[in-house]
Design a binder for this molecule. Structure first.
Ligand SMILES: Nc1ncnc2c1ncn2[C@@H]1O[C@H](COP(=O)(O)OP(=O)(O)OP(=O)(O)O)[C@@H](O)[C@H]1O
Length: 550
């Protein structure tokens, strides 16, 4: 890593450059302290910044600007499992390397991440404050609590006056809705579904729904964000409506404009409502962020999600968008497993997603996956039970196990089965169900092959050269997960442990010819977005061109 104005340190001891021109207990006082280095900034301030960077998943981009290598960025992700969030790691490491506050302020400006700029504003040279002028939401304030004035980022409601007061008394900046997980039972999650269904059986009349803390966004803002729902902004179409790309509150978003008509079925209403409530309550890195809803024009109701520039895993496997190499497939498998493990290990009663398939796995700019489509999510069995009976089965038939489809026995092992099939698809890119195959179901077909060599003949050639260890692990694990008897399937915790296997991390082969970008001018690409460094020879950095190449 080269830091320009920040010399790199050898060893861990930090020199304490005498950079403060004056000493002051309050950054807002007239004798304002000038904090030159990041490690001089109070912990609570850095923690606050890190919380936001984690919640908005902006830290990889920032790390890219800081010129951390991709191996380092990957390590932050892994290390963060034991050492707090990845953004904390990024900031800590940058501080150890004598990163300056001014530089980070400029990076945040390049990212148009005004909320972050506001957080550290009082610790940078005031000559840089002009950079904040593009932020209409910011106010020049002095105290720590006051810095929260600017509008909270999408998906985070700002602390109420009382909350802020308490936080200040404790000397803490507590972020509502950040990475904290509030666990609720499904009964709490769906408190009024009965009355909703009863009252509004034939229409999406959201006005009657208690939306809890979900942000309500004026329709006009979304019209502006999508240039009047411009056709060119369409990302895709699904059963529930058209998805547009938009730019709202300095953030890329995906806006699902719901099809609303008198003929919408009761089931559709229920699914949309379930999705809203689950996403509101389950905030986690590998679960798609719901930023808000627009209901002031009920006939054009919209749901606003985090934009996922990598598209869906389905598109990748069907070659509608560039295929993934083996390292990228590993990232997708791990993230998906992490998201499912989160749902399955919620204290009290687990949640079962119920519709795991590549179309519902969306990829962010780093190809980190997030689970979407929570319309069929259900409460699983209580912790002392192995399953519970449901009256109806929903979902995509070929991804569901027999005990669920035939006997209506629901458990987290339903998701495990579907995930197993996704692993087999990622390994082979074969169809999950193929009429033309001697054995139609993919898991049964692969199981019927006599040995590893026969299986390896089905290794997806679009994954690039190499990648055999990944293929073998995906197949072996995919077959275990999709076992007929649910007792033979591992649970998500074990699956995650297997996927974190070093052998997969060291899988540097598999770069796809045709998607390499060596453009030295492409700062973003080479900085953070789509570059993948070869972990065996750290000097070689290869970059894969994404469709949204800037
Ligand atoms: N958050 C998002 N970011 C980027 N693209 C998205 C996002 N959500 C959806 N899309 C795109 O829009 C398409 C349609 O999404 P949508 O969720 O409406 O449909 P689906 O999941 O394919 O179908 P259904 O909802 O009927 O199961 C997706 O295939 C994907 O390409």
């Amino acid at each position: 890593m080269s830091l320009g104005d920040s010399p790199r340190l050898s060893g861990m001891a930090l020199p304490r450059p005498n950079s403060r021109t004056t000493v002051s207990s309050s950054p807002g006082s007239q004798e304002r302290t000038r904090y030159r280095y990041l490690h001089e900034v109070p912990f609570t301030v850095l923690h606050e910044l890190a919380q936001h960077l984690n919640a908005d998943r902006k830290w990889p981009l920032l790390a890219g600007y800081m010129k951390f290598t991709n191996t380092e960025i990957g390590n932050f992700e892994i290390a963060s499992l034991r050492d707090g969030g990845p953004a904390q790691m990024v900031l800590r490491t940058y501080a150890q390397r004598l990163g300056t506050t001014s530089r980070i302020f400029k990076y945040l400006h390049k990212m148009q991440y005004f909320i972050g700029m506001n957080i550290i504003k009082n610790y940078v040279d005031p000559s840089l404050w002009g950079l904040l002028e593009g932020d209409n939401s910011s106010e020049v304030t002095s105290g720590v609590s006051e810095r929260y004035r600017p509008s909270a980022p999408p998906g985070m409601s700002r602390a109420t006056g009382r909350e802020a007061e308490i936080n200040n008394m404790n000397g803490l900046i507590q972020l509502p809705n950040s990475n904290r997980i509030r666990v609720m039972s499904m009964a709490e999650i769906l408190p009024r579904s009965g009355s909703l269904l009863h009252d509004n059986a034939q229409r999406f009349n959201f006005l009657d729904i208690d939306l809890g803390s979900i942000e309500k966004i004026p329709h006009a803002d979304l019209a502006e964000a999508t240039q009047g729902f411009n056709e060119q902004k369409i990302l895709g179409r699904g059963g529930f409506g058209i998805v547009y790309r938009g730019y709202w509150k300095y953030t890329d978003v995906a806006i699902k404009k719901l099809k609303v008509s008198a003929s919408r079925s009761l089931e559709h209403v229920r699914q949309v409502f379930t999705e809203l409530k689950v996403l509101e309550k389950c905030r986690f890195d590998n679960i798609l962020n719901l930023y808000g809803v627009s209901i002031d024009k009920p006939d054009e109701a919209c749901l606003v999600y985090q934009f996922m520039p990598g598209g869906s895993l389905d598109d990748r496997l069907r070659r509608k968008t560039p295929p993934l190499n083996w390292s990228q497939r590993t990232v997708v498998a791990r993230g998906t497993a992490r998201g499912l493990n989160f749902l399955h290990t919620l204290p009290g009663t687990p949640l079962v997603h119920g519709d795991i398939k590549p179309a519902n796995i969306l990829l962010d700019i780093n190809l980190e996956p997030k689970l979407g489509d929570f319309g069929l999510t259900r409460e699983g069995p209580a912790n002392d039970q192995t399953h519970r009976f449901v009256s109806r089965v929903h979902g995509t038939r070929c991804y569901l196990p027999e005990e669920y489809v035939k006997d209506r026995r629901l458990s987290p092992k339903v998701d495990v089965y579907s995930f197993g099939l996704v692993l087999l698809e990622m390994a082979t890119c074969l169809k999950i169900y193929d009429e033309r195959r001697p054995i139609k179901k993919l898991n049964e077909y692969i199981r019927s092959l006599r040995n590893d060599n026969e299986r390896r003949e089905h290794k997806d050639p679009y994954g690039g050269e190499g990648g055999l260890p990944t293929f073998d692990i995906f197949v072996e694990l995919g077959l275990r997960c999709s076992a007929l008897d649910k007792k033979d399937r591992p649970d998500m915790d074990e699956i995650l442990g297997i996927l974190m296997n070093e052998r997969l991390s060291q899988n540097c082969e598999g770069f796809i010819p045709g998607y390499l970008c060596y453009d030295p001018q492409c700062v973003v690409i080479n900085g953070a977005y789509a570059s993948w460094s070869c972990v065996c020879s750290d000097s070689v950095i290869m970059t894969i061109r994404l469709p949204q190449h800037p």
